[in-house]
Write a protein that binds this ligand. Structure first.
Ligand code: NAD
Ligand code: UGA
Length: 461
């Protein structure tokens, strides 16, 4: 080991998790050398530039502090593997699109390729850390690949799932609710676990670093996401009932969430949850349950996805019914395309579904978003229909029949809606898929306002 650094950390996969996580480790552990590698040359170039490949508030400052000192981005994966003491694997694990388990199981091809590459290149013992979200028992497969050839080199596999949310990744990494480290309960497993615990102990309070057996750790990650998504589907299911009964879903969520046992977070009714993980991880959980013959358990979790699909379609049908049962030729402006605020990520964004369905209804779709327009263009490329992308929200809404708020960006709360109203075709509609604007105020301006899970406010007789 060089004298300059105490430990050498490698992360394979420079995406939404690998990038920010390693940036935080480099900032908090200045004596560790942290290298992040990826097969995507363009992405690595961006990590080495001022235009980072992902938008995450506060991240650019942290990159500037450590890059070139103890934080390095590179495409030389082999060299990285050879010189590392600890290797985090943070490659993507999307839903499989082919063969057995298509549409449900995790596609582990990137993962397995990484394991084989580690085996091929490593000439000394290493700790391998599963950072990606993986099906329970993946560590066993990893161990089998890594011990396929009998050598003196020992690989200890740990599970260390990541719980950060996009848009708040920096704060989540700096002050995590918990850090979870799963290991084999053997002597070498516990030794490796302690090394990883020591790394996090540089900034995370000891009581927030929890350890467990490796299988529970892997499963806890899938279950955490399933529970979070379940809360959203629960409140979204209730939002449909609220609309039928003149109740207000925000009041219901507040009253329910005041119970300490339930808690107030993650009870915002919406057009539906998106993001690269909730759907993928629940489908994976469902697939695992089916594999073990637990069909009732699988059905229970599948219903969380079902309600989410239902909620997105309900949002579109509400627009169709409200706007006199035809959207053909009407200009509909989507406020927001990212799957949530403060990110440019559009993976599984409900906006993709809404835009596609509106195009099927032959509406003219205008899309605006502060950070996600480039991704939106890629998501909708190849779809038949009329779609425009406009940066300025005022210009985007001008001459539209309706605005659909799909992402809860702060700027949409504070626009000059009198100006927006004046520029629109009348009657003007707002469908608030995030319940973020002042509904009463917009109604008074002249809009017909259709929130989620609250009575509509309409000037139409
Ligand atoms: P991502 O697609 O943003 O990044 C993955 C990166 O891995 C890509 O840049 C890809 O080029 C690279 N890669 C793939 N195969 C490779 C290989 N063989 N060698 C080197 N690089 C390779 O994905 P992500 O959002 O960062 O997610 C990564 C994992 O973390 C997934 O399992 C995901 O479920 C999990 N996770 C994601 C989040 C999130 O908020 N995005 C949060 C927690 C956990
Ligand atoms: C989620 C989890 O929150 C993270 O803990 C986890 O690490 C991550 O998945 C992962 O494994 O990838 P993320 O998808 O980045 O994080 O973002 P969330 O804040 O969870 O939002 C997910 C979706 O739910 C968004 O579309 C958001 O708008 C929606 N949402 C969230 C609601 O509709 N209502 C809510 O009350 C909360």
């Amino acid at each position: 080991m060089s004298e300059k650094y105490q430990k050498r950390i490698l992360c394979i996969g420079a995406g939404y998790v690998g990038g920010p996580t390693m940036v935080m480790i480099a900032n908090k552990c200045p004596r560790y050398k942290v290298t992040v590698v990826d097969i995507d040359k363009g992405k690595i170039e961006k990590w080495n530039s001022d235009a980072l490949p992902i938008y995450e508030p506060g991240l650019d400052k942290l990159v500037k502090v450590a890059r070139g000192k103890n934080l390095f981005f590179s495409t030389d994966i082999e060299k990285g593997i050879r010189s590392a003491d600890i290797i985090f694997v943070s490659v993507n694990t999307p839903t499989k699109t082919f063969g057995a388990g298509a549409g449900m199981a995790a596609d582990l091809q990137y993962w397995e390729r990484t394991a084989r590459q580690i085996l091929e290149c490593a000439d000394s013992s290493k700790i391998i850390v599963e950072k990606s979200t993986l099906p329970v028992k993946t560590a066993q497969a990893m161990e089998r690949i890594l011990t396929a050839e009998k050598t003196d080199v020992h690989f200890e596999v740990l599970s260390n799932p990541e719980f950060l949310s996009e848009g708040t990744a920096v704060a989540d990494l700096e002050h995590p609710d918990r850090v979870l480290v799963g290991s084999r309960l053997t002597e070498s497993g516990i030794k490796a676990r302690d090394e990883l615990v020591n790394l996090y102990a540089h900034w995370v309070p000891q009581e927030k670093i929890i350890t467990s057996d490796i299988w529970s750790s892997e499963l806890s990650k899938l279950v955490s996401n399933a529970f979070l998504a379940q809360r959203i589907s629960s409140i979204n299911a209730i939002s449909a009932l609220c609309e039928k009964t003149d109740s207000d879903v925000a009041n219901v969520a507040k009253a329910v969430g005041f119970d300490n046992r339930i808690g107030a977070k993650f009870l915002n009714a919406s057009v539906g949850f998106g993001g690269s993980c909730f759907k993928k991880d629940i489908l994976n959980l469902v697939y695992i349950c089916q594999h073990y013959g637990l069909d009732s358990v699988a059905d229970y979790w599948q219903s969380v996805i079902h309600i989410n699909e239902y909620q997105k379609e309900r949002f579109v049908l509400n627009m169709l019914n409200t706007m006199f049962n035809t959207l053909a030729g009407k200009r509909i402006c989507l406020y927001g395309f990212a799957f949530k605020a403060d990110t440019g990520d559009t993976r599984e964004s409900p906006a993709i579904y809404v835009a596609r369905r509106l195009m099927e209804e032959q509406a003219q779709v205008i899309i605006t978003d502060p950070k996600a327009l480039e991704n939106a263009k890629q998501d909708l490329a190849g779809l038949k229909g009329d779609v425009e992308y406009i940066d300025d929200p005022y210009e985007a809404a001008s001459s539209s029949h309706a605005i659909a708020i799909v992402t809860e960006w702060e700027i949409y709360r504070t626009l000059d809606y009198e100006r927006v109203f004046r520029s629109m075709i009348k009657p003007a509609f707002v469908f608030d898929g995030r319940n973020i604007v002042d509904h009463q105020k917009l109604y008074e301006i002249g809009f017909n306002v259709h929130p989620i899970g609250k009575p509509a406010m309409t000037h139409l007789r």
